[in-house]
Ligand binder design. Sequence first.
Ligand SMILES: [Zn+2]
Length: 268
Amino acid sequence: MAQTYDDGYIYYPGLTAFPATLGHEFAGEIVEVGSKAINKRTSKPYEKGEPVTVEEMVWCGECKPCCDGYPNHCERLQEIGFSIDGAYAEYIAVPAKLCWSLQKLKGKYDNIYKIGSLVEPTSVAYNAVIERGGGIRPGENVVILGAGPIGLAAAKILKTAGAAACIMSEPDENRAALARKMGADYIINPQKENFVDMVKEYTDNEGAALYLEATGLPHIVTDDIQNAIWECKAVNSTVVIVARAEQRMPVCGEFFQVRRARIVGAQA
Ligand SMILES: [Zn+2]
């Protein structure tokens, strides 16, 4: 459940223009096709009945960030389910350029629409840990803070990339159980255990190549991440900020200098 301020509004500093129908992780069947709607992978028109998933970000393709290859940072961005109507609806009209066919997944999964709806959060996690975080070498350790959809997807991606110890920090038992299913080797309950001590124990004091901030509570977890970097031996750690939050993160430059560490942001 989303955390809220006293007035009931959600903690979310990103692009919104409510009231808008929610729903930004979705897939569906094409029922109508515009005359110029081309499948960008095949360069052929989409067909009625074709299953597709859809990018959540409606990027323009013409501004400088788009032309430079960063559509996530489009200057004219709209976001389906945030600033324009989303997919909690029977039908939704979307630009063909945002669609990705699921046709080839037919027969491989019981429900390709569920799989398709997971593409968005999995892409957010991939962008965070691989594109922005630079990925890992097989055998390196990772620490993920927060087992929400992004943290869970990141666990699977990083284990697939060869993570040795995949450590998840998550106080909620249900989410922790999901994290184990997604490949987490160790779970830290940060409300009951000392985060830094546990990271040291699980990594033999080596620490992690990558720390993923996926809690949305940077003002609470930043100290833990920095202390782990400082107290463990590893140099070159990367901290990736993927959760949206407007709180400041107090940073000790000395820790990042001595441990040759870095912080990067990842959006969508
Ligand atoms: Zn643009």
